[in-house]
Design a protein around this ligand. Structure first.
Ligand SMILES: Nc1nc2c(c(=O)[nH]1)N[C@H]1C(S)=C(S)[C@@H](COP(=O)(O)O)O[C@H]1N2
Ligand SMILES: [Mo]
Length: 433
């Protein structure tokens, strides 16, 4: 490598990098995470025989499909009649416990679930998928036939576009799970639609695709052909196993980074046409009404977003002492691409420091961020602000309102604020500017 170039690179530390490094190094020098234990050798938890250490455990295959430890019984999806159509829990939504997760993969049993007509249970031998309209070779596929196509696997988040929308006019929930739990992130496996369409011969006039579900709601959605050919898959597996019934077993549509309502579950039919079906009012789509009175019509990809998961109302800092070092963690995601960075504010958005991204940093996937903080026992207004590789920066509530306008009920991505009081308790507040 060119010597001059090398020197230039290594000394060109950006302001951001410099700030990040100095902030974490000085915090670690001034504090430690845990004080040494006083009991040590006499500690009864170590020196005495335990119940589980003096008996036989279960036989190794007592549970052929393993379940979480019984002590993890609180780690569950949660819902409320407020999340339903007039209290009917068949048309409702249950939320992912974001505060209990690690890494970026949501266990299948915790994936948020939205149903318009209950969870369907489909015998895969009876399941069929019709692909027709503007294709040379219309077809009805069995599941085995679908799986003959080469598979594609990737990690992507999925978010209902109304996640957080109830809080447009102010905080409604004193919990992270209820405020933001209409999203998850999984490793999805299926067949790329571009691969199937190459085989079936997509006619050049085809501009839109209709996807229809086979559950009682027959939910259908319309997608533009550019997206369909880019990265949409027909998914049959999630995190290494078949889809769960709740997620559309045996097959669902998956449109990475776009509104989850387009990801039609219990998929039955794909039709290709020249016009979007919603123009004929045969299916629905979401738009955003702006302050000018004009609507944003094509509104599919979810904007850059983030939320702090610790601390949170479910994960307060009430057991910390002044001077303790503690990790702030959260999730960032963008339907437009890859998360490039996340900033954290302790004073409600006046000043920001840069967090570290950790683990996998993938396009259209949750990205975990972290910041080591020296706890001072004083009130904070904690925020995170993400930015992606398409130059999108997460807006404030007022900035978002200027773009999506008066009826901003979908795609809410405004900066979220947790208030931490002097006792370390965390509550949901809103700072608009
Ligand atoms: N067939 C069918 N597909 C559907 C729905 C439905 O009720 N029926 N709900 C949609 C909505 S609004 C969302 S947010 C996502 C939720 O996917 P999940 O339940 O796997 O999280 O599925 C979408 N696909
Ligand atoms: Mo949704």
């Amino acid at each position: 490598m060119d010597k001059t170039f090398e020197t230039e690179e290594s000394t060109a530390v950006s302001r951001r990098d410099f700030f990040k490094k100095t902030a974490s190094v000085s915090a670690i020098a001034a504090a430690s995470i845990l004080a040494p234990s006083s009991l040590l050798a006499d500690d009864p938890a170590i020196m005495h025989h335990t119940k589980w250490g003096t008996t036989l455990g279960d036989e190794c295959n007592a549970h052929p499909y393993g379940m979480p430890s019984k002590y993890e019984h609180n780690v569950v999806r949660r819902t409320s009649a407020l999340m339903s159509s007039a209290g009917d829990m068949h048309a409702a939504i249950s939320m992912t416990p974001l505060h209990e997760l690690n890494g970026i993969i949501v266990p299948n049993g915790l994936h948020f679930t939205r149903t318009h007509n209950g969870v369907a249970h489909i015998d895969p031998n009876e399941w069929r998928l019709m692909i027709h309209g503007l294709v040379e070779k219309p077809i009805v596929l069995t599941l085995d036939q679908l799986k003959r196509y080469p598979s594609e696997t990737r990690i992507n988040f999925m978010e209902c576009p109304s996640n957080g929308a109830a809080e447009w006019k102010g905080p409604q929930f004193g919990s992270l799970q209820f405020a933001r739990g209409m999203m998850s992130c999984s490793e999805w496996t299926g067949v790329k639609l571009s691969v199937i369409l190459e085989d079936l011969g997509l006619k050049p006039e085809a501009k839109w695709m209709l996807a229809e579900g086979s559950d009682g709601s027959e939910m259908s959605r319309t997608l533009p052909i550019e997206k369909v050919l880019d990265d949409v898959i027909i998914a049959y597996a999630q995190n290494g196993e078949a889809l769960r019934d709740e997620q559309g077993y045996p097959v669902r549509l998956f449109a990475p980074g776009w509104e989850a309502n387009l990801c039609v579950k219990w998929l039955k039919r794909l039709e290709f046409g020249t016009k979007p079906w919603y123009a004929k009012e045969e299916t629905s789509k979401y738009t955003a009404l702006t302050a000018s009175g004009k609507a944003i019509q094509h509104f599919y990809a979810l904007e850059t977003n983030s939320i702090i998961t610790t601390p949170s109302p479910e994960h307060p800092w009430t057991d910390l002492k002044k001077g303790d070092l503690v990790e702030i963690e959260g999730l960032a995601w963008s339907g437009h691409g890859t998360i490039r960075g996340v900033d954290i504010s302790f004073d409600g958005g006046k000043n920001f420091v840069e967090a570290n991204l950790k683990g996998l940093v993938l396009p259209k996937a949750w990205t975990r961020f972290s910041y080591m903080y020296k706890y001072e026992g004083k009130p904070l207004l904690l925020q995170s602000r993400s930015y992606d590789d398409s130059d999108n920066v997460q807006p404030t509530v007022n900035q978002e309102k200027k773009v999506v306008g008066v009826e901003g009920v979908y795609h809410r991505n405004a900066i979220h604020t947790w208030a931490v009081n002097a006792k370390g308790e965390v509550s949901n507040v809103q700072i608009r500017s």
